[in-house]
Design a binder for this molecule. Structure first.
Ligand code: PFF
Ligand code: NA
Length: 447
């Protein structure tokens, strides 16, 4: 079979798809509450360092692997290991990446469901005129209802499967072409609004006034995990998206664009949310409920709150959807290429398994809310922590090691169009700084 692998319609579509994958719940839901739990600016600084020194080379490495493989992440790693005379054990990297992506999707979809539910609540004007207790009550009632969470999770998974089942062109490309410009418009409107509501300065200093004492091993580990999560690296997603690239795409320039958008979205989310937290005397350390409790409270008594609230939760849902489709793609690509099922059936099969795992995650908020014995975490927290803090960095580490140390060095430099100083810079980054960075953070986190 020498049928050519399909490719993105254009460079812009690839940028939109990759940005759509990167920008998601990680930026708008997770980043603000992690900043809040980890004490503000110290977390932000380590996060930005990890993005630049580790996330960027890993992102480029994954795209390069995918583009060279022109197959799903598992067969990409198998083929590249063979072609470079290395052990087939490298295939494990592909397997691990695809599995981690599937596990992330299982709990990601639960939060995607929360976003959908809150979109409906906002649209129905349910926040208007409510006080803090009523708003908190709405959130807690949602969490307490397994059937409601299941319904929301199911709808979100259905939407994800429906898009991915249509394939690269009719599904992923068509949806990001529609959703990404909408997302850009929404964030600009909301940021403009936040800038007019006071406490913007307090939020700025909270996020950027660096204090050395608040850095700890835990903060560093969490910040690195978030850097991987937010860029969608370590989960097979960028390898899969890279497999649809042709030779002409400039990987470094594209990485710069995607990372810029992702970082802007995360910082903007903080700049939208913290002013509201401070204006209402709320706690920054609210945890996963942060945006679902603080923001509706602000929408409750602001002028035009129903419309702004609706826009916000539409933004959140769209952002989540363009990420969830990317999380399903590696498994769908693998099953499509390796079985006789065909893409629609392969996507549905993967979706059903992931959906079922998501049920365990959503029960963590009610019937299984007691921490697992011996682990001290709920299923949800366990899945989240193990994937972001350990599996993504580990997979990313091996991806960048493969590109830095296994692939022919000159061919990599040629592919990236580098020579002289920039070539040296890339080599130092991909061969030393990124791998050592991950190792140092692991050691620091364990100590
Ligand atoms: N990057 C997405 C976000 O920030 O919401 C989440 C994500 C997508 C993580 C894809 C991992 C992944 F492979
Ligand atoms: Na992100």
């Amino acid at each position: 079979m020498t049928k050519q692998h399909q490719h993105w319609g254009s460079r812009l579509t690839f940028i939109m798809a990759a940005t759509g994958s990167a920008v998601g719940l990680g930026n708008i839901w997770k980043f603000p509450y992690m900043v809040g739990e980890s004490g503000g600016a110290a977390f932000v600084l380590v996060y930005l360092l990890c993005i630049a020194a580790i996330g960027m080379p890993v992102l480029v490495a994954e795209w390069m692997l995918g583009r060279r493989g022109q197959k799903n992440p598992i067969d990409t790693m198998r083929g590249l290991a063979r072609d470079n005379g290395r052990s087939p054990a490298w295939t494990l990297l592909g397997i691990s990446a695809v599995l981690v992506g599937a596990v992330i999707l299982s709990f990601y979809s639960v939060i995607g469901g929360w976003s959908l539910y809150y979109t409906v609540q906002a649209g129905a004007g349910r926040f208007a005129g409510q006080d803090a207790d009523a708003i908190a009550g709405l959130f807690n009632q949602m969490l307490a209802s397994p059937s409601l969470l299941l319904l929301a999770h199911t709808v979100f998974m259905l939407a994800t499967v429906a898009i991915v089942a249509r394939g690269l062109k009719g599904g992923i490309e068509a949806s990001v072409r529609l959703l990404m410009p909408t997302l850009a418009a929404l964030i600009v409107i909301l940021l403009g609004y936040a800038a007019t509501t006071g406490h913007f300065g307090a939020a700025l200093s909270y996020m950027f006034a660096f204090n050395f004492n608040s850095i700890s091993g835990d903060v560093v580990l969490a910040a690195m995990g978030q850097a991987f999560f937010t860029l969608s690296v370590g989960a097979g997603v960028m390898i899969a998206y890279g497999s649809y690239l042709g030779k002409d795409t400039n990987l470094l320039a594209t990485a710069r664009t995607v990372i810029l958008f992702d970082t802007v979205f995360a910082l903007a989310a903080g700049m939208i949310i913290f002013p509201i937290v401070f204006a209402n005397g709320l706690e920054t350390s609210e945890g996963p409920g942060l945006i679902f409790i603080t923001l509706p409270l602000a929408f409750a008594d602001m002028f035009g709150g129903t419309v702004i609230g609706l826009l916000f939760f539409v933004l959140l849902s769209f952002a989540a959807l363009t990420s969830s489709i990317s999380l399903l793609e590696p498994v769908a690509e693998f099953l499509t290429e390796r079985s006789k099922m065909g893409r629609p059936r392969a996507t549905i099969a993967a979706g059903v398994v992931i959906w079922a795992l998501g049920i365990a995650a959503l029960l963590s908020f009610n019937v299984w809310s007691a921490p697992l014995p011996g682990v001290g975490l709920t299923v949800f927290d366990l899945l989240d922590k193990v994937t972001s803090q350990y599996m993504l960095p580990l997979n990313g580490l091996f991806a960048v090691i493969f590109v830095g140390w296994v692939l022919n060095r000159q061919s990599v430099l040629d592919e990236l169009g580098l020579s002289g100083t920039t070539a040296l810079l890339w080599s130092v980054l991909s061969r030393l700084i990124a791998p050592l960075g991950v190792a140092v953070v692991f050691v620091a986190g364990l100590l």
